[in-house]
Design a protein around this ligand. Structure first.
Ligand code: M6R
Length: 602
């Protein structure tokens, strides 16, 4: 996810911007840039890769006079990570940085191109600066032009704009993406989170959605809906690590809350109006493929297993799923009509990487779904689709899982379209559901509070069974893995219909069953399986949109139309349940004992 900084003052703006961007590195990025305006001179520089590259490029630039500046770290969503696509984007006399998505950028871009404007990048952001300059040329008033520009934008954004015609001002706007203003007696700062402001600013203003305005060294003019707003400054307190956690207790909690945003990034430019598109795949990618084999470990294995149901059901392509460490030594029979897909958050998991090499050596076409560009797995695979989850710090994977499932779901539709076996209506309704998922994953305060309260009842007992059918069986596996990883309590995921073939022998009041009971997929069958457990006095925590009288505890979900909407909603609930139980047990949620974020040993 992108990060933004800004500065107005007489100190070394270059170092302040670069240091600020370094504090935002945790958000993940693949390129960075800064622009500094000192009287009539604009200095700007961009670099792909680590911030060190930008530092190197800017090392000869010195500044010790009053200046205004903006900086940006970019996590590519629209257009590759190149210098041209990196921010700040420039017009003839203005520069802009942006975090978020301009949904209607294509229309704006097309109309500006028709008027003769030339674009340098493939990003949605560049329209902002050109539209601003067009408006400025008409009104000759910077703020009027900025407001008019905002009126034309649809989507989510945090924006900073500087322009040569207003050498002491930064224009800002926030709608959906974070933006904070920090102040001290003679400097003013902008940042995407508290972290870059610590040690520099004494007070901060947390901007709210739909707020916009401009700032000089000494004052902030803030508006919402054309009305001037009071500035509410708060003292800036805290340390850098807690600032990076953005007010959450643990990175894992923050990452659960980020899922809505990263899923928006994940589908951007892929789930289109009438079809799914992956710019990384050429048209003939699936020609001659009759089977898919997916190989992964841990949570990534669960995303594979869940979506294997979709590959067979929607894309009508036979699909098998393998645990990488098992696959390596089973002397598998591989044939050239198989597409070999590996899934990995880190891109460095040794077992998955070795399985990928085996498949390549056997001559199979390979595809990786990965969250880290340039990782070993991405470099090894023929083609890769990035999950776009941003850096995941919690060892227990959450948002990476969510984006993996999303990419694979979209891929199943892409194949179905390629094979011409999905009707237009079906595709429309799948795309509608996909676009609804970011909303589904917004964490509701009432649900989080409820789970926090419930969690105290689940700290003992002789184990947990997470149960579900169909797609919800792999989700049950994932729910159980999350819980055991961070709570150290024993938990198993099981197909609901399989309990009676053995595990039901364990049922008693101290066996906790977390039952995933979606309305849209085998509800009655799952319900019967849960009733069997309830009849044997197991303690039932049911998660369902439909009231269930036999449960001891009940988390009511929303009535949704599509099973995947229910899948994502229940995913968030199981993640929060694991989180709250572990917090009550006093565990280090982000760094659970014995586990590592990247497992590079066999
Ligand atoms: O980086 P990968 O996705 O390849 O990692 C695979 C597993 O090690 C990983 O998913 C592990 O299970 C996590 N701790 C899950 O929370």
């Amino acid at each position: 996810m992108c990060g933004i900084v800004g500065y107005i003052g007489k100190n070394n703006s270059k170092d302040i911007l670069l240091d600020g961007l370094a504090e935002l590195e945790y958000r993940g990025y693949d390129s960075a840039g800064i622009a500094i305006l000192e009287t009539d001179n604009i200095f700007h520089s961009k670099a792909v890769g680590k911030l060190q590259n930008l530092k190197e490029k800017t090392k000869d630039f010195q500044i010790d006079a009053f200046s205004i500046g903006i900086g940006h770290t970019r996590w590519a969503t629209h257009g590759n990570p190149t210098e041209l696509n990196a921010h700040p984007h420039l017009g003839e006399f203005s520069y802009v940085v942006h975090n978020g998505i301009i949904e209607n950028y294509k229309e704006i871009k097309d109309s500006l191109i028709a008027e003769g404007v030339e674009f340098l990048s493939q990003t949605d952001t560049e329209v902002i600066v050109h539209l601003y300059e067009k408006n400025y040329k008409q009104s000759k008033d910077e703020f009027e032009a900025f407001k008019k520009t905002l009126d034309s934008l649809k989507g989510a954004y945090a924006i900073l704009l500087i322009t040569k015609t207003a050498q002491d001002k930064i224009f800002f706007a926030k709608n959906g993406s974070p933006m904070i203003i920090g102040t001290n007696s003679d400097e003013l700062f902008f940042a995407s989170s508290d972290a870059p402001l610590l040690g520099l600013a004494n007070e901060v203003v947390y901007l709210k959605d739909d707020e916009y305005g401009y700032a000089t060294q000494k004052e902030i003019k803030l508006f919402s809906n054309k009305t001037p707003m009071q500035i509410e400054k708060k003292p800036l307190v805290g340390d850098k690590i807690s600032a990076q956690k953005g007010g959450f207790r643990f990175f894992m909690e923050k990452e659960i809350y980020e899922q809505s945003e990263v899923l928006s990034d994940c589908i951007l430019g892929r789930a289109l109006d009438k079809k799914v598109d992956f710019e990384e795949l050429d048209e003939n990618f699936f020609d001659g493929i009759t089977h898919i084999k997916i190989c992964a470990c841990g949570t990534s294995y669960h995303s594979a297993l869940a979506t294997s149901y979709l590959f067979e059901r929607v894309a009508k392509i036979s699909t098998s799923v393998e645990i990488a460490s098992e696959f390596r030594y089973k002397e598998p029979l591989l044939n050239h009509e198989t597409l070999f897909i590996v899934i990995s958050q880190s891109g460095e998991t040794a077992d998955t990487l070795e399985a990928l090499k085996m498949a390549k050596n056997a001559g199979l076409k390979t595809l990786s779904i990965c969250n880290v560009d340039n990782s070993s797995i991405v470099r090894e695979a023929d083609t890769s689709l990035l999950a776009r989850a941003g850096i995941e710090k919690g060892v227990a994977s959450t948002k990476a899982f969510a984006t993996q499932v999303m990419v694979l779901w979209m891929l199943s539709l892409y194949i179905a379209e390629h094979k011409k076996i999905i009707s237009k209506d079906e595709l429309d309704s799948e795309l509608k559901a996909i676009k609804h998922i970011p909303k589904v994953c917004v964490v509701k305060d009432t649900i989080h509070q409820k789970i926090r309260r419930l969690s105290k009842r689940y700290l003992h007992g002789h184990g947990f069974f997470f149960i579900g059918r169909d797609l919800f069986f792999p989700l049950a596996l994932e729910g159980a893995l999350k819980l055991k990883e961070i709570s150290y309590l024993h938990a198993e995921g099981y197909p609901a219909g399989e309990m009676k073939h053995g595990p039901i022998a364990l049922a008693d009041a101290n066996l906790f069953t977390v039952a995933l009971m979606p309305k849209n997929l085998h509800y009655e069958k799952t319900k019967s399986n849960v009733e069997e457990l309830s009849a044997r006095d197991a303690t039932i925590l049911a998660i369902s949109p439909l009231e269930f009288d036999l449960s001891d505890d009940f988390i009511k979900t929303t009535i949704q139309e599509h099973p995947m909407e229910e899948f994502f909603e229940m995913m968030v609930i199981t993640q929060l349940l694991a989180l709250e139980i572990s917090i009550r047990l006093g565990n280090d949620v982000d760094m659970p004992r014995n586990l590592a974020k990247s497992v590079t040993v066999e």
